[in-house]
Design a protein around this ligand. Structure first.
Ligand code: GCW
Length: 707
């Protein structure tokens, strides 16, 4: 009860804590600008009825009262009388939505020309989602006289992965330190925890992995589990389950067992006891996310066992409590002389059918590692007997980090819409991960590596919030378009002034392509700085591990550039279905955005534009830069409609983005020119420095490195 009290007080204070710092995210609830619509709303919404009296409905109540108060500039009351209410939240087990989390909203006109809005759901979490959706409709100034919505989530697991360490550093974090203050938990409840839960619930995110996949066993000790419990208790009424990362060697590290072999009975008992302890504290604990035998993490292979042996041992431990294991397929080994692209597929595909029912395999969107552009991961769809989750990265490790404005929804959509042909045509990646294609799969989902830190605006760049938002909205409804999501986010975040919406839409929708062009055009990949992954380093060749070096990936030489993954090369292409192979196998017909991902082609290779490859590379890099200049111009045009603080932040960040886009273009082209031996095209902007200069740059304190 005390906790609920804290929750409600905190909610009430949320809205007024900060001005336009960005802290309020997309939940600003400023008064509706359009007078006609405002009057329509004011006229129709006066009394709200909310069935159910759970902690979740208490949250709904304060959200609706606060939201309407801000949007309608009018005090709205809650009534216990259904008949007099005009906005009604009803629990109805027979709603049209077939999901436990879904909701219906519809409005019905009365004789007096007023209408009532009914929001119904099977459970109170559905009502909360419906409430947030209704507020979103108002924030977007849409008419409410003819609403007729049935909404249920496309994916059942919509989860953030925090790569947050217990000392509050964040691996690949660019927005401050972790919001989870393990030192002061469980006694001190930071307002941020509540605001975080609320923001996630508003976009349908229903799970969070609190700890880094490069895991620390300490999180599994009793004193830390009590801290986790405090967060789980807070998040529960928002529909958010808590998950942890499990360090495979935890039994050895915490309790001095001699082994962590998954087939050893003492080890199995250890995990069973640990699961029991966790579930006694947190009855709805989601389960474990595991990175094993990858980049130095311990795992079952240390004992000659397979990934399925390891996953199944943990799956057995959490199964009695309906917990799940999310086992990552991000594995590659430099001791295997095999294209890194191919390793996850080679290792996991043969295990299809071996995993326990409560195991999901989590696969990154592409086969390398969250690069600016990658083709879809061939493992997605290749294990029909195993539920699969797709992992995308919201924190922009390779996408300009927190200084570049890159709206990621077009990238997510590009992957989701691609046809994998695993079951003939219409086998889009979306249909695989939402369970449509392999119908027997009950569990499905998507993970987003969080871009959240304790910066006042949560994500560093004011526009990075849009990626968190887009992830939630898309996992709820994979059919939404990038444009739809951008538009609602803009209206909710910056306001509904038509002129600025158009400009900001253009900025956002072009930003992904622009970044690909000025960093890694035409299928180039993994040519960024060592370790911190900041800036260009195509000449990088200093790691003893070949597969960490940029030169391994672009393979530029006097003949040409690109990684030959066709049958005359590593034949990674063979991991895709025939139809996909056909699309990409021939360098003269391959989609040019993947050309250098799959082909090593000559510097004079003819491109669709009529230019040779070298000139095309030059022009594409430069197009990316020009598009950033256009983004700057568009941003300037919004000046009168955007609050000063955020306007100025974005203005400065775009300057950095332009400077860095030029740096990428100049450094990469000068370096590749040492192989192509061709001049820059006529009238091309010449780099202000020579290659030595770019090669001498050092950034020892660039953020985001693992600690
Ligand atoms: O993208 C790479 C990152 C690592 C990360 C790893 C992974 C958490 O550079 O920092 O480790 O991927 O996904 O496991």
């Amino acid at each position: 009860m005390k906790l609920i009290g804290i929750l409600i007080c905190s909610l009430l204070s949320f809205q007024f804590t900060y001005a336009e710092s960005g802290y309020q995210l997309w939940l600003r609830y400023h008064q509706i600008r359009n007078q006609k619509i405002l009057i329509e709303y004011q006229h129709n919404i006066r009394l709200v009825y909310i069935e159910s009296s759970s902690p979740t409905s208490a949250i709904l109540k304060s959200e609706i009262v606060n939201g309407l108060k801000g949007l309608l500039n009018k005090k709205i009351s809650i009534t216990k009388n259904k008949v007099e209410a005009d906005l009604l939240f009803n629990i109805n087990t027979k709603t049209a939505t077939n999901s436990e989390e879904g909701f219906d909203i519809h409005s019905i006109k009365n004789k007096d020309n007023k209408f009532k809005v009914y929001i119904s759901a099977k459970k109170d979490i559905g009502l909360l989602y419906g409430g947030f959706h209704f507020l979103r409709i108002l924030q977007n100034e849409q008419s409410i006289d003819t609403i007729n919505i049935n909404s249920s989530p496309s994916l059942s697991i919509r989860i953030l992965n925090h790569w947050d360490n217990l000392n509050r550093s964040i691996e690949r974090g660019y927005a401050g330190i972790s919001i989870f203050n393990w030192h002061t938990l469980p006694d001190y409840i930071d307002q941020r925890y509540i605001d975080y839960a609320r923001a996630n619930a508003s976009i349908g995110i229903n799970g969070t992995v609190l700890t880094n996949v490069n895991a620390n066993a300490t999180i599994l000790t009793t004193s830390y589990l009590l801290k986790v419990k405090a967060l789980a208790d807070l998040f529960r009424p928002y529909g958010i389950k808590v998950y942890l990362t499990a360090r495979f060697s935890a039994p050895i590290e915490l309790d001095k067992l001699k082994t962590a072999d998954p087939l050893n009975s003492e080890v199995q008992r250890w995990w069973k006891n640990k699961a029991k302890e966790i579930y006694e504290l947190i009855p709805d604990f989601g389960g474990f996310l595991v990175k094993a035998n990858s980049e130095g993490q311990p795992g079952p292979q240390n004992y000659g066992r397979s990934h399925s042996d390891g996953a199944n041992m943990l799956a057995d431990a959490v199964a009695p409590y309906h917990g799940i294991i999310i086992w990552r397929a991000f594995v590659y080994n430099n001791e295997i002389a095999e294209d890194r692209f191919k390793q996850a597929y080679n290792e996991f595909k043969p295990l299809d059918g071996n995993f326990k029912k409560n195991v999901l395999i989590q696969v990154k969107n592409g086969p390398i590692d969250f690069q600016p552009r990658e083709p879809f991961h061939p493992l997605i769809g290749a294990m029909p007997k195993t539920p699969m989750m797709m992992e995308v990265q919201l924190t922009q490790e390779y996408l300009g980090q927190a200084t570049h404005l890159v709206y990621e929804a077009p990238m997510f959509k590009e992957i989701l819409q691609t046809d994998s042909y695993v079951k003939g045509t219409n086998s889009s990646i979306a249909s695989i991960i939402n369970g449509d294609l392999f119908e027997h799969q009950q569990m499905n989902g998507m993970s987003g590596v969080a871009n959240i830190g304790n910066d006042i605006n949560w994500c560093g760049h004011p526009f990075a919030q849009a990626n968190w938002y887009a992830f939630g909205r898309l996992t709820w409804n994979t059919n939404l378009t990038s444009e739809e999501i951008a538009t609602e986010w803009i209206k909710q975040t910056f306001g509904t002034q038509q002129e600025s919406i158009k400009s900001i839409q253009k900025i956002m929708l072009g930003s992904y392509e622009s970044m690909v062009e000025y960093m890694t055009p035409l299928g180039l990949h993994h040519i960024m700085g060592n370790g911190n992954h900041y800036g260009p380093l195509p000449w990088g060749n200093s790691f003893s591990r070949a597969d960490w070096n940029p030169v391994y990936y672009h393979k530029a030489d006097s003949l040409g550039i690109g990684f030959n993954r066709t049958s005359s090369g590593t034949n990674a292409l063979s991991q895709y279905n025939k139809e996909v192979q056909i699309k990409w196998a021939d360098s003269s017909t391959c989609d040019e955005k993947y050309l250098l991902f799959f082909h090593h082609v000559s510097w004079n290779h003819p491109m669709k534009s009529g230019r040779n490859l070298w000139n095309e590379l030059c022009y594409t890099y430069n197009d990316g830069v020009e598009r950033v200049k256009e983004m700057e111009r568009l941003w300037i045009s919004t000046k009168n409609n955007i609050d000063g603080d955020r306007y100025h932040q974005v203005e400065q960040l775009l300057k950095i983005q332009l400077k860095e886009a030029e740096w990428w273009r100049d450094a990469c082209l000068l370096y590749f020119q040492t192989f192509s031996k061709q001049p820059f095209p006529k009238n091309f902007p010449l780099p202000p420095h020579d290659l030595n200069y770019y090669q001498s740059l050092q950034f020892p304190y660039a953020p985001g490195n693992a600690q």
